[in-house]
Write a protein that binds this ligand. Structure first.
Ligand code: B3K
Ligand code: ZN
Length: 845
């Protein structure tokens, strides 16, 4: 088997053998781990292949012994696995193999973090633990025995319920059949935070969060968030937890955010540990969302799993949609929507324009881990959101119930899900499936025409994509006070469609695509004045923000295209609203929303709007607008800042979060205008990390006498806190003063650790987004050398960083040529991992 050969969705075949039970034994020591497995196989009655050969996946395993029904089988070791011949229709396979977690830097399979053992099996990590049918449609009941030195390791965990514990060993039994990607094992020393949750039907679930001892006082928020997740899942989806125990283990070394292993989630510490002194408002909400996300996977992912990895969005798109709803129900829905759409449009739309453009249900992959992308997750969630918009909450829940009724305990496809939604509601989703079979972002334009004579308002919608998408377009027609004359959802399905509204006595202002009801690029014929009106008067907060974004975009990229004074007058009214003199009437009441409206589109978002990306030009143009904002609003910002900068005990309420958000954006602009003392004052007196971080960000916008004092103070206060130190590194790598030399100095810092993805992301990841300072030959060479090192030590992170070059073709000629050279240089190295190879190959194609 050529390992660089892509795997195609169309080639899916049933597994010839299935597994009843899997019994594993782990004997862990400091120098090796012995894995013993006893697996009972049986012929898949549904498979029509008639061979008696079994191929098992296995990578980097040292085989010690193998028995089939207690006898030596006819087998051979092949590339990436093991082949056994002459098998009966049912048999017991017993294998013993040795692995070396203590040397495993890929953080995939079984590995160590701070001396503790843990696993990451999704998508194909289990094959680095033992020989197995490593595919999501082979589900079995697992029993796991763990043995380790009892003096050294006190905590020995696996999935399911603890059924036996004697000195230095435990046995776990997971009654729910699962694919091996949901297997987990944790061995080490941890402190434990424990609580209980009583489910709707009265079952008591023990909740356990394991962290390193020094972090135990930062687990309270995660525990409360976990209980909120259980309660929300019951209330909104009517779904309960199914085991007696739910465990979360937090480790510092983790390739992504967290993993939903059945009953034993393993988390990156970033998404568990929280205290007012160490995380920001956004961090709190993100932590809660990830805790919720992994918990929600118990039903969407674990109880019903994916037939093959092409269906990844079946569990991820749906679970992201669910976690977005969780946050929306618990916090401010409109702000959550703005943030999610902003992420989608900044990152996923860009992915659609890059060499890694792919379908939400990809057709092929070389390395599956490259497809845990914004497209699969975020665009996948948007597709589910459209299903929800079409069916409404009641219809959607009916569809969910039918889905679970049909497929609980199965491994299924995206079509199975959509079919359940369709059958439960008698709704035709056939044309809707284009969302899964067409890549790229659909472009749609909308033009309207008001006829004074016959009082009609005609709307012409045109799709510019190759196929005609089927999507909901939420809208409202507003009168000149912002009152709705008409509202609802237009079902768009044709290349060209006309909608006519009669009896419109006045010409309405249309508010299109409210709440971003479909993941499209919409071009409308709204005038400058109408956009200003919508910023102030639309009752859809998303559209208030979106219209402001469009105006900022114009002001930055084509300043002459809009009347700056009029736009700024509108912004002033939004700003002056509610809390200064009360004389201005505006619908913008929410301070978080005002802050969003005041936030300029990011450089990354601006790049997307350019035919050819000129990072320097974009940066300069954006800076110019920042200066214009300061020129006009400096006094107002000062007033607002002093009004909001009053001591208040920390709370995570929408009100308090909004106050801090608005206060801190004012501080940011004030610091750019030179008011560093104000920022330094806040830095010294802040009663929470949110405000401390905001002041530090304000202080590092340019060189000033406080910058280093603050950075040093921050370091000394938090040097023992790993999570805060990630912020410390990241803020310096993102600073306008950062350059390749200063990054190299950071990489020499005693707290820098190349093998810890969080630290690498905080330094290199952040620097790669510091566009004007990163995009030059030295910046690229630095990144390339890091990628080459990661190719050996951690190819997953290596591939993530390689993706920085996915947009190379769109850059100005010099930077384009330089990036291409980097790609070629990486491609030429020996033993290039599949992960990095796939990214490079796509980029150079
Ligand atoms: N399912 C995991 C992601 C696994 C990534 C594998 N490279 C976390 C999540 O989406 O919940
Ligand atoms: Zn997920």
């Amino acid at each position: 088997m050529n390992k660089l050969q892509p795997i195609y969705r169309k080639d899916y075949t049933l597994s010839e053998y299935l597994i009843h039970t899997t019994e594993l034994e782990f004997d862990l020591t400091e120098t090796q781990t012995i894995v013993t497995s006893k697996i009972s196989f049986y012929k898949n009655p549904k498979s029509n292949k008639k061979t008696n050969i079994l191929f098992l996946d296995g990578i980097d395993l040292e085989l010690i012994s193998i028995l089939v029904d207690k006898a030596k089988p006819d087998y051979k070791l092949v590339e990436q696995g093991l082949e056994i011949n002459n098998l009966a229709d049912e048999f017991i396979l017993e294998i013993k193999n040795c692995i070396h977690p203590e040397k495993n830097t890929s953080l995939y399979g079984l590995y160590q973090s701070n001396g503790n053992f843990c696993t990451q099996c999704e998508a194909h990590g289990f094959r680095q633990i033992t020989y197995y049918l490593d595919r999501p449609d082979v589900l079995s009941v697992f029993t796991t025995h763990i043995k380790a030195d009892k003096q050294k390791y006190l905590v020995l965990l696996s999935n399911g319920n603890l059924i036996k514990q004697i000195n230095g060993s435990t046995t776990w039994h997971d009654p729910t059949p699962k694919p091996c990607y949901l297997f987990a094992l944790v061995v080490g020393n941890f402190a434990l935070k424990e609580d209980t949750y009583i489910t709707l039907s009265g079952n008591e679930v023990t909740l356990k969060i394991y962290v390193q001892a020094h972090n135990i006082n930062k687990t309270q928020f995660a525990m409360a968030a976990l209980k909120r997740s259980f309660a929300w899942e019951e209330k909104r989806f009517g779904l309960e937890y199914d085991l007696d125990i739910y465990m979360i283990v937090a480790v510092d070394d983790f390739n992504m955010g967290a993993m939903e292993n059945k009953g034993l989630n393993i988390f990156n510490t970033t998404y568990v540990l929280a205290s007012i002194d160490t995380v920001t408002d956004k961090d709190f909400i993100d932590i809660e969302a990830v805790i919720g996300h992994e918990y929600f996977h118990n039903w969407t992912g674990n109880r019903v799993t994916c037939r093959d990895w092409f269906q990844l969005s079946l569990k991820e798109g749906l679970t992201v949609f669910r976690d977005q709803e969780f946050t929306s129900d618990l916090h401010t829905r409109s702000i959550k929507r703005i943030e999610d759409v902003n992420t989608l449009r900044t990152l996923q739309f860009a992915e659609d324009m890059s060499s890694m453009q792919h379908l939400v249900r990809p057709e092929h992959y070389i390395e599956m881990n490259n497809f845990y992308t914004l497209t699969v997750y975020e665009k996948g969630a948007e597709i589910i959101r459209m299903v929800h918009t079409f069916l409404g909450e009641v219809g959607f829940q009916k569809g969910m119930q039918l889905y679970f009724q049909r497929f609980d305990g199965d491994a299924v496809t995206i079509d199975d899900f959509i079919q359940s939604m369709s059958d439960a509601n008698n709704f035709d989703f056939d044309q809707f499936m284009y969302w899964y079979s067409q890549s790229g972002t659909p472009e749609v334009s909308i033009v309207s025409d008001y006829n004074h004579n016959d009082k009609t308002f005609k709307v012409f919608i045109r799709q510019h994509s190759q196929c005609d998408y089927f999507f909901p377009l939420r809208f409202a027609l507003l009168d000149d006070t912002g009152t709705k004359l008409e509202s609802g959802i237009l079902t768009v399905k044709d290349k060209e469609q006309i909608f006519i509204f009669n009896n419109m006595d006045v010409e309405p202002t249309p508010s299109w695509l409210r709440g971003f009801s479909a993941p499209i690029k919409l071009k409308s014929d709204l005038t400058f004045k109408q956009k200003i009106f919508l910023v102030r008067h639309d009752s859809d907060a998303f559209n208030q923000w979106d219209n402001a974004q469009q105006l900022w975009l114009s002001l930055i990229l084509i300043p002459s295209s809009i009347n700056q004074d009029l736009f700024f007058d509108a912004i002033e009214k939004v700003l002056k609203n509610t809390f200064l003199d009360g004389s201005c009437v505006s619908l913008v009441q929410d301070k978080s929303l005002i802050c969003e409206i005041l936030t300029l589109p990011s450089e990354q978002f601006l790049h997307q709007q350019q035919e050819i990306i000129d990072v320097f030009e974009v940066h300069d143009k954006r800076e110019k607008v920042i200066n214009k904002i300061i020129e006009r609003f400096k006094l107002l910002f000062s007033k607002i800042y002093s009004k909001l900068n009053i001591y208040q005990p920390y709370e995570l309420t929408p009100e308090a979060v909004g106050n801090r958000a608005l206060k801190n954006i004012c501080l940011y602009y004030l610091a750019i205008s030179g008011e560093f003392e104000l920022a330094f004052e806040q830095f010294k007196s802040a009663n929470c990390m949110n405000d401390k971080m905001a002041s530090l960000k304000a202080l590092i916008v340019s060189d000033n006498s406080y910058k280093n004092i603050a950075l040093d103070g921050f370091y000394h206060e938090f040097k023992n806190d790993t999570q805060v130190m990630d912020k410390y590194f990241s803020i310096q790598s993102s600073a306008s003063t950062a350059n390749v030399e200063s990054i190299k100095v950071l990489m020499q810092h005693k707290l820098f650790s190349f093998n810890t993805p969080n630290r690498l992301r905080s330094v290199i990841g952040s620097f790669s987004q510091n566009y004007v300072n990163f995009h030059n030959q030295q910046g690229y060479e630095l990144l390339t050398n890091i990628i080459i090192k990661l190719n050996q030590s951690n190819p997953q992170i290596g591939a993530k960083l390689t993706s920085v070059y996915n947009h190379w073709q769109r850059f100005t000629p010099k930077l384009k040529a330089l990036q291409k050279q980097q790609l070629e240089k990486i491609l030429a190295i020996e033993n290039l991992s599949n992960n990095i190879f796939e990214i490079i190959q796509a980029a150079l194609k």
